[in-house]
Design a protein around this ligand. Structure first.
Ligand SMILES: [Zn+2]
Length: 290
């Protein structure tokens, strides 16, 4: 059986908690039906404050309540406490220990490694996903995986969208999805840390910037194309998010929105929050809940 491809969106709240005219308010022929058929998860875990990437992703990756461990929502990058949690109990680590095969399909550019090195000895600037895969002894930019840039072809900074080139980009992403589906046949888990949605979400403002909305809409169309390629090639797929942000561009920061948990070829179960969803994920690989 093919491995599971995990599209780990960053900062994309569920459409049910998005205001009218949001990035979700457009035709997304593959992504939207999948999300609508999936679950709607709490990301606050009953703790005040806005959910953050460090604790949120650690919940997904470990099935442990990382927010309770920290006593607060913390991020974006895991500090020493969350690093220990990820080293001991994250899905890539536990899979590797059990003889399973996992890969992180993100493409990391040379500037990323340079930034990590220049920050050596200072605060960790590696997100939970790359940190957890490295903790499992797995390389970033693994060979034999068609690596995917998390911007999905958009520019890193304004103006994000080149405009006029989207059709070709969507076709390329659908083909890339097919290639990832084929690569997933050789592993148990193939994760993609799609952090760019959170970056776009931070461009929000009370008077919603038109270019941020357009880029956010385009980003979801690109996820939709990637997903259609994955599903068309028979991949088992899970889609989740760590917290809300992009779904409400009226605010610059994260939101309290619930987050999607959707999938194809997997049993989603009935989790109510991101910790329980992390346990469901682990269960697919025969790993016990945290
Ligand atoms: Zn995040």
């Amino acid at each position: 059986m093919s491995g599971v491809v995990w599209l780990a969106l960053d900062g994309v709240g569920h459409p049910q908690d998005a205001p009218g005219g949001s990035v979700w308010d457009q035709p997304l022929g593959t992504l939207r039906p999948l999300v609508d058929a999936g679950r709607c998860l709490d990301a606050t875990l009953g703790v005040p404050g806005l959910p953050q990437s460090g604790t949120g992703q650690a919940c997904w990756l470990t099935g442990s309540d990382a927010v309770a461990l920290m006593g607060e929502h913390f991020g974006p990058h895991p500090g020493p406490t969350l690093q220990r949690l990820l080293q001991e109990g994250s899905l890539p680590v536990r899979l590797a220990r059990a003889g399973g095969r996992a890969a992180l399909g993100n493409e990391y550019v040379p500037a990323y490694f340079q930034a990590l090195e220049s920050g050596a000895g200072r605060r960790n600037r590696m997100g939970c996903f790359p940190f957890a895969f490295r903790a499992a002894g797995l390389p970033l930019n693994p060979p034999r995986v068609p690596l995917l840039g998390a911007t999905l072809g958009l520019g890193y900074a304004r103006p994000w969208s080149a405009g006029g080139e989207e059709r070709a980009a969507l076709d390329a992403l659908a083909r890339h999805g097919g290639a990832l589906a084929r690569a997933a046949r050789d592993v148990d888990l193939l994760a993609l840390d799609l952090w760019f949605s959170d970056l776009l979400g931070h461009a929000g403002a009370p008077d919603v910037p038109g270019d941020a909305l357009a880029a956010g809409q385009s980003y979801l169309r690109r996820v939709d194309a990637l997903l259609s390629g994955l599903l068309g090639a028979g991949a088992r797929v899970v889609v989740g998010s760590d917290h809300g942000n992009l779904e409400d561009l009226r605010t610059k920061g994260h939101t309290l929105a619930r987050v999607p948990f959707a999938g194809a070829g997997v049993n989603l179960g009935q989790p109510g929050n991101v910790v329980e969803a992390g346990r469901v994920l682990a269960g697919w690989f025969g790993l016990p809940g945290a």
